[in-house]
Design a protein around this ligand. Structure first.
Ligand code: 4NP
Length: 168
């Protein structure tokens, strides 16, 4: 199966998108599909480049057996539109930023995470200025959404290959 890389994007790349990346990788690893769906995350802003995820994201992920400690923040770059098939923004501002910088010829699908994965015009709220409870709410949204993304991609790819089972 040709790899289908997925990029998660927020503002700082320290709270929401690294958590989405960790959750998505955890789900695909548990399904034995991590090589089919490489993943990464990035921010539209550059303030936290090189920093690890926010300690509250690391803590909430750890509560669910997911280790984010190796991740480091980076900014979205032009090559991301060539490298990733699917680029999901956490909120409308991030989405507008991505649409503004995407080359016209990009083949990547660029969408709001909530629209693609949660079935509506739903933003994943920025938890940075709140407490740990906000990070737990974000975790639950991201887990639900990432589970749907994996199920959706598996179903789409099975139908492209004319195969209705998920067996390679
Ligand atoms: P994120 O959260 O976009 O989910 O990583 C934020 C992190 C930092 C800032 C804003 C949002 N900040 O303003 O520094």
């Amino acid at each position: 199966m040709k790899p289908f890389p997925v990029l998660f994007v927020c503002l700082g790349n320290i709270c929401r998108s690294p958590l989405a990346e960790g959750i998505f990788r955890h789900i695909t690893t548990e399904n034995g599909r991590a090589h089919d769906y490489p993943t990464d995350s990035a921010g539209t802003g550059g303030w936290h480049i090189g920093y690890p995820p926010d300690t509250r994201s690391v803590q909430v992920a750890r509560e669910h057996g997911i280790d984010l400690s190796d991740l480091r923040a980076r900014r979205v770059e032009a090559s991301d539109f060539d490298r990733f098939e699917l680029i999901l923004a956490m909120d409308h501002a991030n989405l507008r930023h991505l649409q503004g910088m995407a080359p016209r010829e990009t083949a990547a699908t660029i969408a709001l995470f909530g629209a693609y994965a949660l079935g509506g015009d739903i933003e994943v709220p920025d938890p940075y200025y709140g407490g740990i409870a906000g990070f737990r709410d974000v975790y639950n949204m991201l887990f639900s959404g990432c589970s749907s993304i994996v199920a959706k991609l598996e179903a789409e790819r099975a139908s492209w290959s004319g195969n209705t089972s998920s067996v390679r």
